[in-house]
Design a protein around this ligand. Structure first.
Ligand code: DGL
Length: 214
């Protein structure tokens, strides 16, 4: 079965690799938008215009499911995309619920793009699952580009992670798939102080569920 995986850039490639490893029987079609990455600092209208033709290609090429391996697109546009394209979409959004459930300190840190943090869906996730939890949202506005261009400034990441841990965060949510490439670095920087959560296992479970209904 053909399954599409989309992201603005390198983040979705990480997700696609995990899907291929977990479900080698699938034919994974990966598409990214190299001309317009990073999305996280763009307007919703602009992003919508970029993704529509790409989703059209997925449908045209016979993908039976599309994984929206981008928190920025999922949190801002998945409803519109579901209405526009009659193909099941599996979204990726910040894992507030597991982080809020697991925290012992009552403080969690969400690393995500500015556009994700500003989305109505993200605000809704906090209302639904993080009542009474302090949610730190450090400025990670340049992280996606650092990963995309392979110029990750470890000291810059360290400053943000140290600050979050010093403020008591014991759960760090990777709310942008680009950051999956620096998960190991963030793990090292927060070792013994915080756990790092990312959504790939949950995405694979959800994809398997959706496929089983087709
Ligand atoms: N990887 C994407 C996400 O999960 C978007 C990064 C970007 O293009 O800014 O949000």
């Amino acid at each position: 079965m053909k399954v599409g995986v989309f992201d603005s850039g390198a983040g979705g490639r990480h997700v696609a690799d995990s899907i291929k490893k977990a479900m080698p029987e699938l034919e994974v079609v990966y598409k990214e938008d190299r001309d317009h990455v990073p999305y996280g600092v763009r307007s919703i209208e602009e992003i919508h215009g970029f993704v529509k033709p790409i989703f059209q290609e997925f449908v045209g090429e016979g993908c039976r499911v599309v994984v929206v391996a981008c928190n920025t697109v999922t949190t801002n546009l998945i409803q519109e995309l579901r209405e526009e394209f009659k193909v099941p979409l599996v979204g990726v959004e910040p894992m507030i619920k597991p982080a809020a459930t697991a925290t012992k300190t009552g403080v969690i840190c969400v690393c995500a793009t500015p556009r994700t943090l500003q989305s109505a869906r993200y605000q809704e996730l906090k209302v639904l699952y993080a009542q009474g939890i302090e949610v730190l949202e450090p400025d990670c506005g340049d992280w996606a580009l650092m990963v995309e261009t392979n110029q990750v400034d470890r000291n810059h990441i360290k400053t943000i992670i140290d600050d979050a841990c010093a403020k008591g965060a014991d759960q760090i949510v990777l709310g942008c798939t680009h950051y999956h490439w620096i998960e190991e670095m963030i793990n090292q920087l927060s070792a013994g102080r915080a756990e790092v959560i990312q959504p790939e296992p949950a995405v694979i479970r959800q994809l398997a569920r959706v496929i089983s209904t087709l």
